[in-house]
Design a protein around this ligand. Structure first.
Ligand code: PHB
Length: 392
């Protein structure tokens, strides 16, 4: 009897040791995600938000999916597309990643597109917002947003709310041009007039000279698009030039009022009305839990880039569950198409035709809540698709 028990024990140990040895050592058992984001330079806040959100997701959901261990390899491209391309190449060729993800700006997402196509692996865009991006590779799936989604809605809102003359200030690159085009289409179709149009450089913009022109044009409001990370500096110069005192309200897509920076913008931001995918004040229980967990882990509020990164990880995890851990890129992209889930931002899905995100767009106003500045949502447009690909 004793010997039989000993034998069984020995057999069980041998099997589990053999199983253990075979598993983590084998490259096939690890799924690798190459996360390329700007961790330095002017767009660093985007990279930090996404990196944080990816860590939070993995902390909450674990690092094993469909029996495979998830490994994230973080690379800083400083939002320079030549770096993105080189890093994506290295990740694909040397590290043999199964996904590339992140991409803080449009030029970075575009630079990686041909590599995703060639390697036949999913490129999960967690930040960039120009409409054409998903058309550049059948392997691109986006969890962020497009500028068309929010700019069309704020254009219509402006007309309905008695705004007749607008001056525009947009960052002079692809998403800024999308924001301007789609805002103008809707605003002028409703009878609005654009009285001044300025474009500011993407890198280290000095807004002061442009703001003087805005003030002189005496518009009812100013439409602003600057990418995540630049809103704080913009609003500082807006207040210094006294635009808040002259009654020229800020409207636009919500990038300029990123929750990440909003609370340090001061009272000049009060009353700004923007249309966007996410507010840290979104009143769902899921968002309250998300904000609390993010604050606990990192000491500050999540912004819209954080939620886009969090959802990007969810998309990857759920796609792997659907393929049963199979990392074939075509199967993964197929699994992602049409996927629907509840995000801290509200209900979202992946359009099966365009692989782009479908999401609610909220109109929000900056208000003080318990002594802190928040984008308080007051109107919801449900399940908004990107209109930028067909209308341009
Ligand atoms: C982009 O480069 O596509 C981009 C970056 C930051 C934003 C919006 C768009 O907030």
């Amino acid at each position: 009897m004793y010997n039989r028990r000993k034998m069984l024990l020995w057999a069980a140990t041998t099997v589990s040791v053999a199983g253990f040895c075979a598993m983590p050592a084998s490259a096939q058992e690890t799924v690798k995600i190459g996360l390329i984001v700007p961790m330095t330079g002017g767009q660093a806040s985007t990279g930090k938000q996404i990196d944080n959100a990816v860590k939070l997701y993995m902390q909450q959901k674990g690092d094993t999916v469909a029996g495979k261990k998830i490994e994230v390899i973080l690379k800083d491209d400083a939002a320079v597309p030549d770096n993105t391309k080189r890093l994506a190449q290295e990740l694909i060729v040397n590290d043999k990643v199964n996904f590339i993800a992140g991409f803080g700006v449009t030029p970075a997402a575009l630079a990686a597109a041909p590599l995703a196509t060639q390697a036949k692996i999913p490129e999960v865009v967690m930040a960039a917002g120009t409409s054409i991006i998903t058309e550049r590779s059948p392997y691109i799936v986006r969890t962020s947003f497009t500028l068309a989604q929010s700019s069309t809605i704020i254009g219509d809102w402006a007309i309905k709310n008695g705004i007749k003359k607008v001056a525009t200030l947009t960052s002079d690159y692809a998403p800024g041009n999308d924001a301007l085009t789609f805002f103008k289409q809707h605003f002028t179709a409703g009878g609005g007039e654009v009285v001044e149009e300025v474009k500011v450089p993407l890198a280290n913009p000095d807004f002061a000279p442009f703001l003087q022109r805005m003030k002189d044009a005496k518009p009812d409001a100013m439409f602003v698009f600057v990418p995540a990370g630049q809103g704080g500096n913009f609003m500082k110069q807006y207040a210094e030039r006294g635009l808040d005192k002259s009654g020229i309200k800020v409207i636009g897509p919500g990038d300029v009022m990123d929750d990440d920076l909003l609370n340090n913008m001061g009272d000049a931001a009060l009353g700004a009305v923007t249309a966007h995918l996410y507010s840290a004040a979104h009143p769902s229980q899921m968002n309250k839990d998300f904000v609390a967990a993010y604050k606990k882990a990192f000491g500050n509020r999540p912004g819209f880039m954080a939620v886009s990164g969090y959802d990007g990880m969810h998309l990857i995890y759920e796609a792997l569950k659907k393929t049963g851990g199979d990392t074939n890129g075509d199967k993964l992209v197929e699994a992602m198409k049409g996927m629907k889930w509840e995000s801290p931002r509200g209900p979202i899905s992946i359009d099966p035709e365009t692989r782009d995100i479908v999401q609610n767009i909220y109109i929000r106003k900056v208000e003080k809540v318990d002594g802190e500045l928040y984008n308080v949502e007051f109107a919801t447009f449900e399940a908004v698709k990107d209109s930028g690909k067909t209308k341009k």
